[in-house]
Design a protein around this ligand. Structure first.
Ligand SMILES: [Zn+2]
Length: 473
């Protein structure tokens, strides 16, 4: 008989969020076994160690309780609908329950239908690893501890520096020179002693990442460098875990949930890191102190949504925040079947040498490249010159304003898309103000392109001096 089994919401995380599972079976018992065959993780929640249906699980066919109808041997008819109805959040069978303090502490969560007792129970049973206890890890860990995530792991090996206090809100002046992770653990434990905090005081590396990640359900990526970012992504893909990504630079932030089981990973978005020196670090480029507070808090929200199942996760979407214009933009991102780690035939199946992959070896140098003014470019375009205008900005910048004839290759994709740039043409590279494009021009020249110029002042100069119809940003 073809029948359908309805999975209750607390158990849907074991069925890839499927509500109805179609199976073929003659009896209720066979139908349940067929469901467990498809979703092995369900087994321990439905059956006890003797293989008996757990006593807090009731099963109905249509509107009738099977206990009155022969139990699991009850025969089925074609198209029968079987309902699994567990006792919810009553603390049955060793499920997490709350004490009086917790009922009061989390009362504002209990009032939310999207979280409620069941969501709070999931939070209590969840484990989250936060990689990096800097600007992003600070607010993320504070909110996750306050929210009642049962186990939180912290990875960092740095000490508190005075310049951290502008944005790393866990630390105070008296902590300067102390271990970040030690201070953070104390602070989080004093906020919520119901949460178990584990400190991993070591630099995350290819040698230890798999071991550390194995103990957690979800990874919050609060790193500030490309080698660690790729390492976090790859190990999350290997272990089938979501990575809650956040990044910050100056006044701009990005957030996404990379979860290869349900959508793209970080490598699907950025197959290769930018060459060293192309993207300045926050230490070089600066960062608004409040910015990581916003982005880290958004990461905490997405983490809580992953755990509780509330709302629509930020999977397959990249959220872009610009503090100066106070705008949020969102772009769609999709899985890349050719992705080297989560694609159809992955070439990376264990951690690699990420320092080498990212080419990090202090190769930075001053950049001096041939330039072209916006007036020169205007003249060339009016004379019908067949030059190639290369726009290397981010997608959200392209959406705001771009030149009609420009070839758009965001800087982070440049390495993998180099073959789209015709070396026989005169190439003019531009960004917003001419700084990033100078680095890219330099990079192209090193790659053997002989006729490359940087557009001085970028699209900003073009907009103010040549074409004021374009939106200024
Ligand atoms: Zn991928």
């Amino acid at each position: 008989m073809n029948v359908k089994v309805r999975i209750p919401s607390p158990l849907r995380r074991f069925t890839a969020e499927q509500t109805w599972v179609a199976v073929s079976a003659q009896t209720v018992g066979e139908a349940m076994e067929a469901v467990v065959d498809q979703f092995e993780d369900l087994s321990q929640h439905l059956y006890d160690t003797h293989g008996e249906l757990r006593r807090f699980i009731n099963i109905y066919v249509g509107e009738e309780d099977i206990r009155q109808q022969g139990g699991l041997d009850r025969p089925l008819k074609e198209n029968d609908e079987i309902m699994i109805i567990p006792a919810i959040a009553g603390g049955t069978a060793g499920e997490a329950i709350f004490d009086r303090e917790e009922y009061i502490r989390y009362s504002r969560h209990f009032s939310l239908p999207e979280i409620g007792l069941e969501g709070q129970r999931r939070l209590k049973q969840a484990s989250v690893l936060i990689v990096g206890m800097g600007g992003l890890g600070n607010p993320a860990s504070l909110y996750l501890a306050a929210a009642g995530v049962g186990r939180i792991g912290l990875v960092d090996f740095d000490v508190v520096d005075l310049s951290n206090l502008q944005r790393q809100i866990l630390y105070t002046l008296k902590d300067v020179g102390e271990s970040k992770i030690k201070i953070a653990k104390e602070r989080l434990e004093s906020l919520n002693h119901k949460v178990e905090i584990t400190a991993h005081e070591e630099a995350l590396s290819s040698a230890n990442a798999e071991r550390i990640f194995a103990n957690y359900d979800i990874i919050v990526d609060g790193t500030d460098n490309f080698p660690t970012r790729y390492l976090v992504n790859d190990v999350c893909v290997f272990q089938g875990k979501p990575s809650i990504y956040g990044s910050i630079f100056r006044f701009d932030g990005q957030v996404a949930v990379f979860y290869a089981r349900e959508g793209p990973c970080y490598r699907c978005l950025y197959a290769d890191p930018p060459p060293p020196g192309l993207v300045p670090s926050c230490a070089e480029g600066g960062v608004l102190g409040v910015l990581p507070g916003i982005i880290g808090s958004l990461q905490a929200i997405e983490t809580i949504k992953q755990i509780t199942g509330a709302g629509e996760p930020l999977i397959g979407r990249l959220l872009l925040f610009d503090a100066l214009s106070m705008t949020f933009h969102q772009v769609s991102i999709s899985s890349d079947p050719n992705c080297s780690v989560c694609g159809d035939s992955p070439t990376i199946t264990k951690p690699i040498d990420y320092e080498r992959f990212c080419g990090v070896s202090g190769m930075e140098e001053t950049v001096s490249v041939p330039e072209m003014s916006v007036q020169e470019l205007k003249g060339k375009l009016e004379n019908g010159s067949n030059l190639l205008i290369l726009d290397i900005r981010d997608p959200w910048e392209w959406e705001i304003a771009h030149l009609d004839k420009a070839l758009f290759i965001p800087m982070n994709s440049l390495v993998s898309r180099l073959d789209e740039i015709d070396p026989s043409k005169e190439i003019v590279v531009h960004c917003h103000t001419g700084i990033r494009s100078a680095n890219v021009s330099n990079y192209l020249i090193k790659q053997g392109y002989t006729n490359v110029k940087n557009l001085r002042g970028g699209i900003k100069a073009w907009t103010s001096e040549v074409d004021p119809r374009l939106m200024q940003y």
